[in-house]
Design a protein around this ligand. Structure first.
Ligand SMILES: [Cu+2]
Length: 147
């Protein structure tokens, strides 16, 4: 009996080790997408991301957009410009804000109008330092354009 118990403990130890090296868990707070008018092909998605360990947001996708880019907005002289970046670093336990005027997700090639009150699925792909990837889909509420 004692031997069986020891064997079980060992097995649990292995499982635990597996869990400890497992993927990053990602917390998403206050996500929102800016609503569009019917002719608009592009909009922004914003949220606060906190990763359980050092990671990097490397990709995002949404079924309503042909392409989602990770963007940064910066002052270039006195003009605000945005450009695509390869990713956003997410230091362990630190909340990183994606907000208007800074980092954001750009939903491009929109397939339809995005209306206030609906939610839009956005899939986030985060890469840990060991290159393992975690995928998480968030249902993101849509807010009116003037918010
Ligand atoms: Cu942008």
């Amino acid at each position: 009996m004692k031997r069986v118990f020891a064997a079980m403990t060992f097995a649990c130890g292995l499982l635990y080790a597996g869990a400890a090296s497992a993927q990053v868990s990602l917390k998403v707070d206050a996500p929102w997408v800016r609503a569009t008018v019917s002719t608009q092909a592009v909009t922004g998605a914003f949220m606060q991301l906190t990763a359980s360990k050092d990671a990097r947001l490397v990709e995002a996708q949404s079924p309503v957009a042909g392409l989602v880019e990770i963007h940064q907005m910066e002052m270039d002289g006195n003009v605000m410009k945005m450009h695509a970046v390869a990713g956003i670093d997410l230091p362990a336990g630190k909340a990183v804000a994606l907000r208007p005027g800074a980092y954001h997700l750009m939903l491009m090639q929109l397939k339809r109008q995005i209306r206030p009150g609906e939610t839009v699925p956005v899939t986030l792909i985060v890469e840990a330092k060991d290159k393992s990837r975690t995928t998480m889909t968030v249902n993101v509420p849509v807010r009116a354009m003037n918010e």
